[in-house]
Design a protein around this ligand. Structure first.
Ligand code: HEC
Ligand code: HEC
Length: 384
């Protein structure tokens, strides 16, 4: 089919936009000062470094380095490794992370010292009402996402669907009043905090913010199974890792030869209601760092939580029900091979067709398109 080969060309024929500096995925934001570039390089080193049990890895963990999960198409991107989560949800809105049974993040591996005690992994907490697979989003452009003024996100909320378009959208409000931006359930407010949880939950590394070792399903782990002194990650390392993520540039769009069909695809995207949630552009607020000051970011997300229907049900989040997810950013979609929060959709078309709940009408709109319309839309999405 002709469209397949055109998409293939799209994926390889990248014409540089001369107005902006050449930028490959994984590169730092343009305009960073030399000191920040130095931090980016050091943070990249830590992100890529395989931690050992002697340095504090585990004793329960999922992977030994950040880049085990965030490595496609390059370090800092998405990945095919996944994480298992489990929570207990009590309707209408109580989400229990089951801390006393080991927490919502279920570690699937253990170090040799723990294996020697007969423990290979953590078990799904017995009180859980749901478990879910969660796949890693790409981290490109997240420093800009962090600086989008809260008011610009919140003003798109339509909790009671007053405009009657079937799409309600809710900001993720954390218990301390801050806005949740990061994580598929928008559970976390800042990159520093996300990096802290990633270190602890994915790698079993204690940090200066949280120096206590995780438990094994709620039971303290014998001290000699993890002899490294706590905290295993100091303030400097955590800050370098967070700055590495913060300084990763958003991906540049592919401008393909067939720009007219891409433009037609974008028009269809707007017409059938995709842009109601996948908002093309947002702008950062003022920043003392010129690389972040009032920059436009083409993220294709409104950063709000939406109910995606019963078939998407998984774990709950701090502010999200089992069926609510933060609108996935479509920027960098061309680098993905697995879609949706659990990576269970094998193609872009499948991901769209599985949109339910608030997004059902848009998904149906896609279903109703003729083949050419679908092809244009997919070509547009593959240019992001
Ligand atoms: C075992 C796999 C795995 C490892 C290792 C891992 N991550 Fe992730 N990462 C994920 C998954 C899965 C998510 C989505 C989690 C969620 O939605 O709650 C994620 C999400 C993120 C996010 C938020 C992205 C967004 O869209 O909001 C950041 C930032 C991040 N990871 C940074 C890191 C850093 C830094 C490290 C190393 C300290 C790391 N990750 C290690 C799997 C991993
Ligand atoms: C009501 C809001 C809403 C509408 C309307 C909507 N989406 Fe989505 N979209 C989402 C959410 C939320 C996710 C994340 C779902 C998940 O992770 O399981 C998502 C995920 C996706 C993904 C997968 C991205 C990835 O990285 O895995 C694609 C592709 C996508 N949407 C395209 C579209 C297209 C095309 C349309 C129009 C036909 C559309 N969406 C309409 C909210 C919406």
């Amino acid at each position: 089919m002709a469209i397949v080969s055109t998409v293939g060309i799209l994926a390889t024929a990248c014409l540089r936009d001369d107005a902006s500096p050449a930028r490959d995925p994984g590169e730092p934001l343009p305009g960073l000062a030399a000191a920040d570039l130095q931090r980016f390089a050091e943070g990249h080193g830590l992100f890529n470094r395989a931690f050992t049990a002697v340095e504090g890895l585990g004793p329960l963990f999922n992977q030994d380095r950040c880049s085990s999960c965030h490595d496609l198409p390059v370090v800092g991107g998405t990945g095919v490794e996944t994480v298992t989560k489990a929570t207990r949800f009590t309707p209408p809105d109580v989400c229990d992370f089951l801390i006393e049974e080991g927490g919502d993040n279920v570690q699937e591996r253990s170090t040799p010292a723990l294996q020697a005690l007969g423990i290979d992994r953590e078990l799904i907490p017995p009180s859980a009402t749901a478990r879910a697979i969660v796949s890693p989003p790409s981290l490109f452009g997240l420093g800009l996402v962090e600086l989008i003024p809260e008011a610009d996100i919140v003003r798109r909320e339509d909790v009671d669907d007053n405009d009657g378009d079937g799409i309600s959208g809710r900001a993720s409000r954390l218990p301390d009043g801050r806005l949740g931006r990061f994580g598929r359930k928008a559970d976390i407010a800042t990159l520093d905090e996300f990096v802290d949880t990633a270190l602890r939950f994915e790698m079993g590394l204690t940090t200066y913010l949280n120096p206590e070792e995780e438990t094994l399903n709620g039971t303290l782990i014998p001290r000699d199974a993890d002899p490294a002194a706590d905290p295993e990650i100091d303030a400097r390392m955590l800050a370098l890792l967070a700055d590495y993520v913060r300084f990763l540039a958003p991906p540049i769009r592919f401008t393909a030869a067939a720009t007219d069909t891409v433009a037609q695809g974008e028009a269809i995207f707007n017409e059938i209601g995709c842009a109601a949630c996948h908002v093309a552009r947002m702008r950062t607020g003022p920043s003392e760092n010129p690389a972040f000051h009032r920059k436009t970011i083409e993220l294709y997300s409104d950063m709000l939580l939406h109910d995606m229907g019963a078939e998407s049900a998984g774990v709950c989040g701090i502010a999200a029900s089992p069926t609510e997810y933060r609108t996935a950013r479509l920027m960098g979609l061309r680098f993905k091979t697995q879609y949706l929060h659990d990576g269970s959709a094998g193609s872009i078309a499948e991901a769209i067709l599985r949109h339910g709940g608030e997004a059902e009408a848009a998904g149906k709109g896609f279903e109703r398109l003729n083949q050419a319309g679908r092809d244009y839309l997919i070509r547009f999405l593959a240019s992001l």
